[in-house]
Design a protein around this ligand. Structure first.
Ligand SMILES: O=C(O)CCC(=O)C(=O)O
Ligand SMILES: [Fe+2]
Length: 256
């Protein structure tokens, strides 16, 4: 699928105020059927930040009610965030994380909505994996990293899967600092600067995004040839005061 057709589908989705989409629960990694009725989908708006690599800013991706449902589900589940190597308690990623059950109705709804951004990228698996809350207190951060795995992960059904894309949703932003930073992205949507959602200036390379509850960032990790894209290097900058909480959704692409 070309970047052009993904962009076309994003625009078409926006213009029709919503998507109908499906995921399946036919075994494997955690697939959940969910068809959102148009009335359940918030009127979200997409703006392309960068076309290649594809990075999209989504206003109003989830509602206030969904934010509180997701925070409630995760509340008692937090433990120190892990790196992809499985280690935790490291200054590299000092936040706390909580896996969210994909079958929980609000998780399934928001996970399916995230898949709807992917066009046909995930149609073979239709799998949004296990969404993860991540919460930061003052001084905590996630230094620059990629979300894609160097080596695909083997899931319990034996397939090799990797994170084809990322959707990072801001849930709580009662904080200063904590921007999501992409040092290698050149911003084309200057409206995001005017709206105070993105920050770009001569003192650093790339672009950073202010945490704003309900809004999301969506980007492609594995473009056409399936190789991890190093241009989507990103991190969560240190929170200075208060609390920041976000939700990661990593739709999977699996070998057949
Ligand atoms: O906290 C952020 O802004 C980004 C978090 C992130 O990139 C991750 O958890 O993979
Ligand atoms: Fe990340």
């Amino acid at each position: 699928m070309s970047i052009g057709s993904i962009v076309g589908i994003l625009i078409a989705g926006y213009c029709s105020y919503g998507f109908y989409h499906y995921s399946s629960n036919t075994g494997g990694v955690g697939h959940w059927w969910y068809k959102e009725a148009a009335s359940e989908i918030p009127l979200f708006k997409t703006q392309i930040v960068s076309e290649d690599p594809l990075l999209v800013y989504v206003d109003n991706f989830i509602t206030e009610a969904e934010v509180s449902q997701l925070l409630d589900i995760g509340e008692t589940q937090y433990s120190p965030s892990k790196l992809s190597t499985g280690t935790s308690g490291d200054a590299y990623r000092s936040s706390r994380s909580a896996g969210l059950p994909p079958s929980e109705p609000s998780v399934a709804r928001v996970g399916s909505r995230a898949l709807s951004l992917m066009a046909s990228l995930t149609e073979a698996s239709n799998d949004f994996g296990i969404p993860q809350l991540v919460t930061y207190k003052p001084g905590q951060q996630y230094k620059l990293h990629y979300d894609w795995f160097q080596e695909s992960m083997r899931y319990k059904d034996g397939r090799l899967c990797n994170r084809v894309a990322s959707v990072f949703v801001f849930l709580e932003a009662d904080c200063t600092g904590g921007e999501t930073y992409f040092p290698r992205i050149e911003l084309v949507a200057t409206s995001l600067l005017d709206e105070g959602k993105a920050i770009q200036n001569g003192s650093f390379e790339g672009v950073m995004f202010k945490p704003i509850p309900g809004n999301a960032l969506f980007w492609i990790n594995l473009p056409g040839n399936g190789t991890g894209d190093k241009r989507v290097l990103h991190g969560g900058l240190p929170v200075h005061t208060g609390t920041k909480t976000g939700m990661n959704i990593w739709p999977l692409k699996c070998e057949p």
